[in-house]
Each structure stands twice: as structure tokens, then as C-alpha cells.
Write a protein that binds this ligand. Structure first.
Ligand code: PLP
Length: 348
């Protein structure tokens, strides 16, 4: 197997680092306060193996019980648990194509067959009408909503139908849901085959902390607990994560700000002749007018701007640009306008 290759974390200072969908802004000041008031001597002890204080707060906020929540070392850890629990050489997994490129690597570790469900790239990467038919042979169906790297979402009515009809576990990977207009959390309560996962890496601006969680039917969550490391979540992460989660006001304000920057930047790119997939996330998937994503990626890089490029027949036409601060997005717009002057709308 090739193994998952994470986005580049450059050592040298760049003008703008917009390649791994980190948050444009600092975390809540509640995080700083929690760190400052932490009793360092507590590090002598093992952390709470089940992260009860954090899970209770999350459960309360989504109106579920502690037994419906699991907290993990980033949502990647959660994905590992889910693949280990629900896939095997006999139990296939279905996921979108394109989507988060970690899933196929996790499937390979399990020897599990992956069923890619091609999105309709001519219609902004919409779901195909025969999604359920294609996913029929899978035990686990992952719907990344909003999807990555495309940034678009899918109708809630279709999601409900999927939960009702799919004969297996449905995972909604909602890493970017805090930037979206709606989410599937209610389905985790309504259906016994549904898990919804979230992360603190994007909306909470805590990618460096490593914290994710999932909500689902108690029996599914209980199964995941059997597979996890005993102390998968360190004490620091539990304390800081709880403080961040309690500051929902800050979360909403910052997400609102990022959404406004996103929509404004999308408009600027469109004026320069870019094809921009409608985004519900903190990034844009955008194709330059000449349809050469790799060239645009390289030219941005030469100008100190790092975005993400995904080689491929379709994905290679695009780049994925994380939404940064207004100043960062202005730098991208300025460089982009030099590469593609206004009115030059040639398409490849
Ligand atoms: C769709 C999706 N799911 C999960 C993750 C992993 O997030 P975490 O930092 O919580 O491991 C990412 C990270 O980029 C992602 O894009």
C-alpha cells in the first residue's frame, strides 16, 4: 500500500499557508485560559480513559446521552476505529469519489474492498442517482458532508433516504459541518445505523491539539470503545477541548466570518473566469480558466502561496484553497489576477 500522504507542513515561512484547511484565526481565548490554569502536576496521572467530562458536555449540547458519544485523538483516529470495527476482507466500504484520500488507505489496512461512488463532476460534484444501488454490497457507507476536496454538500432529503435504505453503517464525516447551512446530526439520533463524526481541527482552530468526536447509536459507540486505545485522549486535550467546546459563541462568530470571506473570495475568482464549486466548507475547489490546476498551483507556490493540488483527470483541473484571513485572500487574489488578467477567460 502507498500510505496516506498528509498535506505539506512547510518549515520555511510562507506568505500564505492555505493547503490543509486549518482555521484562519486563533482558537477561543477560553483555550488560552484553560492552558494557563492547568495544574501541570496532574500530568503525573493517566487521563480519564473515557473522557467523561468532555463527552457529557458534547452529549448535552446535542441532546443525547454520554453513551452516544465517543471522543478521539482527532477524527482520523475515529476513522481508524470505524474501519477496524466495520470493515474486513469480507466487509466492503463505499465512499465518494473524489473524497478524503485517507479512506482508501484505511481500507487497504483492513484488506477491505473499496467501492468508489463517482460524483457528477459536470454538475458540481453532485451525488449520482443510483448511489444506493452502487453501495449495495458495502457494510460501511461514508458520506463526507460537506465533501472534501470539493467543498459541496448534498440534499438532506437524500441523506435521510440513505439512512433509511442502506443495509449497513452510514458514517457522515462532518469535519466541515460548522461552516455549512445544515448537518446530519439528527439522523444519528433517529436511525440506529448512523454515526456522525466531527473534528476540532477546522472550526475550533485546534488542528494541533488532535481532538474529534462522534455521535451515534449506543451499541455502535460501545463497539468503537472496545477497539480504541485505553488512553486515546491525553489529559491536556480533554481539558482544552472542553474549554473550546463551551465557547459556542466564539465558534459561531468565527465560522460566520470565514463563510463571509469564502463567499466574497469565490465571487472574485469567478470574475477572473474560474469555475468554483459552491462551497459549504472553509475552502474552495476552483478550476482556473485554462483548466490546468497544476500550473496554477505551481505559480501560486512561486509567489509564496501554498494551496493543495490533487492530480487526476478531473481533480487535476482544480486546486483546493483554504479560506484564510481577508489579507491572505487579498494576496491570493492579487497574484491570481496577475496570472489570469480580468477578461482572459480561455478555458482548457
Ligand atoms: C473530511 C475530513 N475528515 C477528517 C479529517 C481529519 O481531521 P482531524 O484533524 O480531526 O484528524 C479531515 C482533515 O483534513 C478531513 O478533511
Amino acid at each position: 500500500m502507498a500510505g496516506y500522504v498528509p498535506g505539506e507542513q512547510p518549515k520555511q515561512a510562507l506568505l500564505c499557508k492555505l493547503n490543509t484547511n486549518e482555521n484562519a484565526f486563533a482558537p477561543s481565548s477560553a483555550v488560552k485560559n484553560a492552558l494557563e490554569s492547568l495544574d501541570w502536576e496532574r500530568l503525573r496521572r493517566y487521563p480519564d480513559p473515557t473522557a467523561d467530562a468532555l463527552r457529557d458536555r458534547i452529549a448535552e449540547s446535542f441532546d443525547v446521552e454520554r453513551k452516544n458519544v465517543i471522543a478521539c485523538n482527532g477524527s482520523d483516529d475515529l476513522l481508524t476505529l470505524i474501519f477496524r470495527s466495520f470493515t474486513s476482507p469480507e466487509l466492503a466500504v463505499a465512499c465518494l469519489d473524489p473524497t478524503y484520500s485517507l479512506y482508501p488507505e484505511l481500507a487497504k489496512m483492513q484488506g477491505a474492498k473499496i467501492i468508489p461512488i463517482g460524483l457528477d463532476f459536470e454538475h458540481d460534484f453532485a451525488l449520482p442517482g443510483d448511489l444506493l444501488e452502487q453501495a449495495k454490497a458495502a457494510n460501511l457507507l461514508i458520506i463526507t458532508r460537506p465533501n472534501a476536496p470539493t467543498g459541496n454538500s448534498f440534499p438532506l432529503s437524500t441523506m435521510r433516504e440513505v439512512c433509511q435504505m442502506f443495509d449497513g453503517v452510514v458514517l457522515f464525516d462532518e469535519a466541515y459541518a460548522d461552516f455549512a447551512d445544515d448537518n446530519c446530526m439528527e439522523f444519528a439520533k433517529e436511525f440506529d445505523n448512523v454515526i456522525v463524526s466531527r473534528t476540532f481541527s477546522k472550526s475550533y482552530a485546534l488542528a494541533g491539539l488532535r481532538l474529534g468526536f462522534a455521535v451515534g447509536n449506543a451499541k455502535l459507540i460501545e463497539g468503537l470503545f472496545k477497539v480504541k486505545d485505553s488512553y486515546n485522549l491525553d489529559m491536556l486535550t480533554q481539558v482544552v477541548g472542553l474549554a473550546a467546546f463551551c465557547d459556542q459563541k466564539y465558534l459561531k462568530e468565527r465560522c460566520g466570518q470565514i463563510k463571509a470571506i469564502r463567499d466574497d473570495f469565490a465571487g472574485q475568482l469567478q470574475k477572473l473566469g474560474f469555475k468554483v464549486v459552491p462551497s459549504q466548507a472553509n475552502f474552495l475547489f476552483a478550476a482556473p480558466p485554462d483548466g490546468d490546476g497544476e500550473r496554477y498551483f505551481r505559480m501560486l507556490r512561486e509567489n509564496g502561496i501554498l494551496v493543495r493540488y490533487f492530480p487526476g483527470k478531473i481533480t487535476g483541473k482544480y486546486v483546493r484553497i483554504t479560506i484564510g484571513t481577508p489579507e491572505e485572500m487579498q494576496s491570493v487574489a492579487t497574484v491570481t489576477e496577475k496570472i489570469f488578467p480580468r477578461g482572459d477567460t480561455r478555458r482548457g
